[in-house]
Design a protein around this ligand. Structure first.
Ligand SMILES: [Ca+2]
Length: 474
């Protein structure tokens, strides 16, 4: 063999070995996981079995918890829909993205509204879409009902659902249209048949999963139920069947829905490739007679009490998240965007502040993993009302503001031992109270408080749309 031939052989072998290396490393690189977020509307901390409900039968969600992780100290950023959902989508506090109040200063967006989540904000769907994910939003959006604010303009390939709350039906003195059920940017049914929403959202979700079984997908499923009406809706199969009236019926139908989705994942052999996170957008509101349950937390939805902002959360991903695990570390819906971005092997937007953190160490049960948040802030609309750090929650003093906002004294609670916020420890732990007041002051500077603007609120905020119009079928 001539030396040049020998050299060529060596080069060929080297080339082959390095190609082999490339092939094996590509094969060894895990595919990007699918992500499913199931978000209930107004469902309370104690409304499902694995979080203590004795009234509602939720075997599917309980089984999901047994196969995955329960987060006991998981928070939403607001006690009401719109700001809570804005945070979930963007990883930011509502004030950061200027979604803490509606155009008229109300707590949530209304139909035919002037505002919505600013199109320039970066959503989870946009982050994952940029990484090759198929994306769908199926359910309640509530981040703007005008075309420029719809899910289809915020990174979702497809949308199916009602763009706002299910109780926003025509009423005198409002130009609200019959409740619109939309496919992408078209109204396909009005008024929407609310009894069948949970069933139809479930069917559409499973169809989306089937269609995208061979590529990574992100499914955002914000249910309409138990929702905002005095009489939550359910399919005939579930109506009148629970021990807790229409509220319980709708929760039990959501449990069925969750089971169907998990069943579809198993059948399609996607179980080991899919993270499913199940939670609620805020706690159960006060009703008379009572419907939803926040026990053992104190207070009701629409407030900054624990019952308003701490929600049940179950996360499942067989093989990656230890079965039957529980974490008491503080984490939030704002952490979803950074966590999912990391799972998709990308980063959060670098040119802007994102409040959420990657909580994969907590989800995956890494030894010694702790909350990435030194402080968590409880805002009611634009007002900072409380701050939590570790096990401590400081309720900030404030004067009365309207009937629904009574005066509050400074109060310190150990919300790990006293989730009902019943024993004020401010006098016995003045140094803790002082420390938390310092953290509150940082938030006032950064995010603002009431009429005081924050240094790092995004100035563009959400663009008012001067001439909103009623969405119609076209
Ligand atoms: Ca809600």
């Amino acid at each position: 063999m001539s030396s040049s031939l020998a050299n060529q052989s060596i080069i060929a072998v080297a080339l082959f070995v390095s190609l082999l290396g490339l092939v094996t490393s590509a094969a060894a690189e895990p595919s990007k996981p699918n992500v499913i977020v199931i978000l209930c509307d107004n469902l309370g901390y104690g409304d499902i079995g694995c979080f203590g409900s004795t009234k509602h039968r939720t075997p599917q969600i309980d089984q999901m918890a047994a196969e995955g992780l329960k987060l006991t100290d998981f928070y939403v950023s607001s006690g009401v829909c719109t700001p809570s959902r804005a945070s979930l989508m963007t990883g930011c506090y509502p004030r950061r993205v200027n979604m803490h109040v509606s155009a008229r200063g109300g707590a949530v967006l209304r139909p035919v509204g002037r505002r919505g989540l600013h199109p320039d904000e970066v959503t989870i769907a946009e982050v994952l879409k940029s990484q090759g994910y198929a994306t769908a939003c199926i359910g309640k959006w509530h981040l703007g009902d005008q075309p420029q604010f719809l899910p289809t303009r915020q990174g979702f390939d497809t949308y199916f659902g009602i763009p706002y709350s299910d109780d926003m039906t025509p009423r005198p003195s409002q130009n609200w249209p019959p409740l619109p059920l939309m496919k992408d940017e078209r109204v396909v049914e009005a008024p929407a048949d609310r009894n069948t929403l949970t069933r139809r959202y479930t069917e559409a979700s499973i169809e989306f999963i089937r269609q995208n079984r061979d590529r990574p997908f992100f499914l955002y499923l914000p249910h309409a139920m138990p929702g905002s009406t005095q009489h939550p809706f359910a399919s005939k199969r579930f109506r009148g069947k629970s021990a807790n009236g229409p509220w319980g019926d709708s929760v039990e139908e959501i449990d069925w829905s969750t089971g169907e989705i998990l069943k579809a994942l198993k059948e399609l052999e996607l179980d080991s490739k899919t993270l499913v996170l199940w939670t609620s957008d805020n706690g159960a509101p006060r009703r008379n007679p009572p419907q939803g349950i926040n026990t053992p937390l104190g207070g009701w939805g629409y407030t900054t009490r624990e019952g308003g902002m701490r929600v049940p959360c179950v996360v499942r991903w067989p093989g990656k998240i230890p079965a039957g695990s529980v974490s008491h570390e503080l984490c939030t819906t704002m952490d979803l965007l950074p966590t999912f971005a990391a799972l998709a092997r990308t980063t959060v937007p670098q040119e802007r502040i994102i409040d959420g953190k990657d909580i994969w160490p907590l989800l995956s049960g890494e030894a010694g993993a702790t909350s990435p948040h030194e402080a968590f802030y409880y805002y009611q609309r634009g007002q900072l009302q409380a701050v939590r750090s570790g096990k401590w929650k400081l309720q900030l003093p404030r004067p009365a503001k309207g009937k629904r906002n009574p005066a509050q004294e400074l109060a310190l609670f150990d919300v790990r031992a006293d989730a009902a916020e019943s024993v004020n420890l401010a006098k016995s732990h003045p140094e803790i109270a002082r420390k938390l007041q310092g953290l509150a002051e940082q938030a006032r500077v950064d995010l603002g408080d009431d009429d005081r603007p924050g240094r790092n609120q995004r100035p563009a905020g959400h663009e008012p749309n001067p001439q909103p119009r009623v969405l119609i079928s076209r």
